[in-house]
Design a protein around this ligand. Structure first.
Ligand SMILES: [Mg+2]
Length: 446
């Protein structure tokens, strides 16, 4: 008797929170006390000994339960589907999730619901890559270009990027891909570190961590700015003295400013040669970014970690509003939408320097940047993946950094799985850490 095809039997969800606010790790001008968190999803199947698919959305504490509720709402679309069907065509599932005629009202294609879709879609890609026995970057880089184009939703994009243009980019990207795969495995992908620059760190800690970053091989660091101009001038001076003239310093305002203020503040920091100003203002203000970019050149303008979908990225590129596109693996609707954004950036010739850090964002986004190098743009010139050195120990396949570069993952999947003991400890509010924490009983997250 032929066996029944394996099906997805469950979409398990977990509210995971880490008490990062206690050390001011992750503190910036808009987010002074984040508890880095994940709304985490696991796709279980009835395939005997078959892998599971893992995905998540990153949040910074309160509201993670809302994100988990959004994952729940997607369950009927996923449970019962055959594993073969979803892995052969994650794009079809993605379109069904985005197109849900009632859930769509909560976006469309933005915010909590869209991020939940991203988590589920990414879990499917994790499952597909595990079944294929390949790390996701390699699965994407070796995929048929026609199939990859079929994974992209070109709705609202075709005035900037057509399926034919995307296919041309991907076909051209395949030339020399084998050599680049070898180079990637041998040398990794350049990283920069944000660890020295959190706003809550004093000058001594900034000095020590910046010196350590340079000694560890990083060629770029990043400083949070935007709370107090005098402090920022002093911190930029300290950092520049420590790293010298040749290491790049990016600065990140986390959406703190109005347009005029962004221009004034960035110009005030210009003597310390910042490489880019990141998120100077609202991530929705396309024309504002364009105005800032015109005014602060040669300082580059970067944004993307809070850009909600491919359509806003399209406008940022069409209006010449950014020098650097910062994709985030867990903000938009998953791998499929990020394929669209990578190809848009490639068409406009704008480098992609992914946003990472948080919980597991480094683990995820390295795959997308490495795919871009091997099989789209073919270059790492002026491209770096953000790196922050905390919370990696909670993942079964944590990122590896050597001499300031990400090592190419070799384990099958999307590097998205949390360790079971971390889930047991940091599930909110019932995990062993939170249950033992006096603040939890009083209803505080930290
Ligand atoms: Mg940022």
């Amino acid at each position: 008797m032929p066996q029944a095809p394996a099906r997805i039997t469950a979409l398990d969800t977990h509210d995971i929170r880490f008490p990062t606010s206690r050390e001011l790790d992750g503190s910036d001008a808009m987010n002074p006390d984040p508890d880095y968190s994940a709304a985490y999803a696991v796709l279980r199947t009835d395939a005997e000994d078959g892998p599971r698919g893992h995905g998540f959305t990153f949040t910074i504490g309160r509201g993670n339960e809302v994100q988990v509720a959004a994952l729940h709402a997607l369950r009927p679309h996923v449970v019962g589907r055959t594993v073969d069907e979803v892995c052969a065509d994650p794009g079809a599932l993605s379109r069904d999730l985005v197109g849900d005629s009632q859930l769509r009202w909560l976006g469309p294609e933005k915010g909590v619901m869209h991020m939940a879709i991203g988590a589920v879609v990414n879990a499917v890609w994790d499952l597909a890559a595990r079944r294929a026995g390949k790390p996701l970057w390699r699965l994407l880089a070796e995929a048929d270009p026609d199939w990859l184009v079929g994974q992209i939703d070109f709705r609202y994009l075709s005035d900037a990027l057509t399926p034919g243009e995307a296919l041309d980019l991907l076909r051209r990207g395949r030339e020399g891909a084998a050599d680049r795969t070898a180079r990637l495995i041998g040398h990794g992908y350049p990283a920069y570190t944000t660890s020295p620059g959190w706003l809550g760190y004093d000058d001594a800690k900034l000095t020590r961590l910046a010196a350590e970053a340079v000694a560890a091989g990083f060629r770029q660091i990043k400083l949070k700015v935007g709370a107090d101009l005098d402090d920022d001038v002093r911190r930029c001076r300290v950092a520049r003295e420590v790293v010298g003239p040749d290491v790049r310093i990016a600065v990140d305002a986390n959406q703190r400013w109005d347009i005029d203020e962004a221009i004034r503040w960035t110009r005030a920091l210009a003597p310390f040669d910042p490489y880019w100003i990141e998120e100077p203002t609202s991530p929705d203000d396309v024309l504002g970014h364009a105005a800032i970019r015109r005014a602060v050149a040669p300082v580059r303008v970067a944004t993307g970690e809070h850009v909600q979908n491919r359509i806003v990225f399209k406008q940022l590129l069409q209006t010449g509003a950014v020098d650097i596109v910062q994709i985030d693996a867990a903000r938009v609707g998953g791998v499929n939408e990020n394929l669209a954004i990578l190809l848009l950036a490639a068409k406009f010739g704008v480098p992609v320097c992914p946003h990472a850090g948080g919980v597991g964002l480094c683990e995820l986004v390295q795959h997308l940047a490495m795919f871009d190098y091997v099989a789209v743009t073919g270059t790492t010139e002026d491209r770096v993946i953000e790196y922050v050195d905390h919370l990696h120990e909670h993942f079964t396949d944590p990122v590896t950094i050597r001499a300031g570069r990400y090592t190419a993952p070799t384990a099958p999947g999307f590097s998205a799985a949390l360790r079971p003991e971390s889930i047991a400890r940091y599930t909110f509010p019932g995990g062993t850490f939170w249950a033992a924490d006096p603040g939890t009983a009083e209803g505080h997250t930290a």
